[in-house]
Design a protein around this ligand. Structure first.
Ligand code: MN
Length: 172
């Protein structure tokens, strides 16, 4: 795991975002969803793994309705410290705009996967979120034949937490 690409895109003299370190936690794994008002309003979905935050940009945000399949574009790993980052990224910097924490908590691998890295490489990761807004089983599924580079789908799996009503992350 490396933060090279993350650091390359940012000038830490000019943005309040954390420079960060690769930090491996031995206890629970954190997840965070940040609402990011950049040139395009979107959500950033991040899962702690091996000392960094694996990160996906989700234009419509997550949904608790299993019939929604939300596009999630894999982006560069972020430092663990980013999980508590909220604030203003000044103009002229990468991702300039406002970052808010929309939901956070911890996550556990789901399904039959004991090896999360392998699951990610294979393009299907099932997991359970323990947040305030997001709870229960989810999956990230890589779009292998799509033209969308680094495209994945973020979907809610059916369980007791799933909803059948329309779910708009911007209204939660
Ligand atoms: Mn973003």
């Amino acid at each position: 795991m490396s933060l090279k690409e993350y650091s390359k895109k940012r000038d830490f003299q000019h943005t309040p975002e954390p420079e960060g370190l690769v930090e491996v936690h031995t206890s629970t794994l954190v997840f965070v969803v940040q609402k990011h008002q950049a040139s395009q309003l979107h959500f950033d979905f991040r899962l702690e793994l091996d000392g960094v935050l694996k990160s996906w940009a989700v234009p419509k945000g997550p949904s608790m309705n299993p019939s929604d399949k939300r596009l999630a574009v894999l982006v560069e790993d972020h430092p663990l410290e980013y999980a508590s980052f909220a604030g203003e990224i000044p103009e002229g910097n990468y991702g300039a705009g406002t970052v808010e924490i929309w939901d956070t908590g911890y996550w556990t691998p789901g399904g039959d996967f004991s090896d999360v890295e392998k699951a990610l490489e294979g393009g299907v990761l099932e997991f359970i979120l323990h947040g305030e807004k997001l709870q229960g089983k989810f999956a990230l599924i890589q779009l292998k034949k799509s033209k969308i580079k680094n495209g994945w789908l973020l979907v809610k799996k059916k369980d007791a937490y799933a909803v059948s009503r329309p779910y708009d992350a911007y209204e939660q």
